[in-house]
Design a protein around this ligand. Structure first.
Ligand SMILES: [Zn+2]
Length: 208
């Protein structure tokens, strides 16, 4: 059986590890890269090499950024009285691209998932609590926008309890806690929700 030269095969094997890419597609993409003009390929390689080095988490909201604070936290047109808590950066992007929300975010980078050994300490819940503690005068609302599946619900419930405890400890904290409305089907994934549905979900959010 004919096989690809080792250098090409190595690239194909890396590509095959990407989500949604099978062996045939990986081979085809590797071929495509080989035909790319040298200068473009160099730029691509350089971008890949720099990816991890340059990208870090925003100190405030844990969105991805190349600076201390991300572009959203730096944007003074944002409504700083509201924080929406999301599971992933891709969820955050869904809200931003749809232009349906103008507040700040907090990215958990996961959800509580005991079956896969992810507890509250494995995601950025403590970071959220520390952040909220300092916001006695400015914070009016926290929207829990974890996904409407079992783990997302458990995560929202856990965070709600922790936030309520904070409010009990510090009477200066006056924010309300809300949860997205169920225009979203149970088990839905925010990343794939259309903007209309997402817009309705945030408009119809309810006290939680
Ligand atoms: Zn940020």
């Amino acid at each position: 059986m004919a096989t690809l030269p080792a250098s090409l095969k190595q690239i194909a094997l890396f590509l095959e590890r990407l989500p949604g890419i099978g062996e045939k597609t990986a081979n085809r993409l590797a071929m495509y890269l080989l035909r790319m003009p040298e200068v473009e390929l160099q730029a691509f390689g350089e971008a890949v090499r720099e990816l991890k080095k340059r990208t870090k988490l925003c100190k405030q909201c844990l969105n991805l950024t190349e600076d201390e604070l991300c572009s959203i936290c730096m944007d003074n047109r944002k409504d700083i009285s509201t924080i929406t808590v999301v599971e992933t950066v891709l969820d955050l992007l869904s809200f931003e691209t749809g232009n349906i929300y103008n507040g700040l975010y907090h990215v958990l980078h996961g959800k509580i998932d005991p079956l896969n050994s992810v507890g509250p300490d494995e995601i950025y819940i403590n970071h959220l609590l520390t952040r909220v503690k300092g916001l006695t005068s400015s914070l009016k609302e926290i929207i829990l926008a974890t996904n409407p599946d079992m783990e997302g619900e458990a995560t929202a419930m856990y965070i709600k309890k922790q936030l309520e405890r904070l409010k009990e400890e510090d009477g200066g904290l006056k924010f309300k806690i809300t949860r997205l409305a169920y225009g979203l089907p149970m088990g839905a994934n925010l990343e794939y929700a259309d903007y209309g549905t997402l817009g309705k979900a945030i408009e119809g959010r309810r006290d939680y």
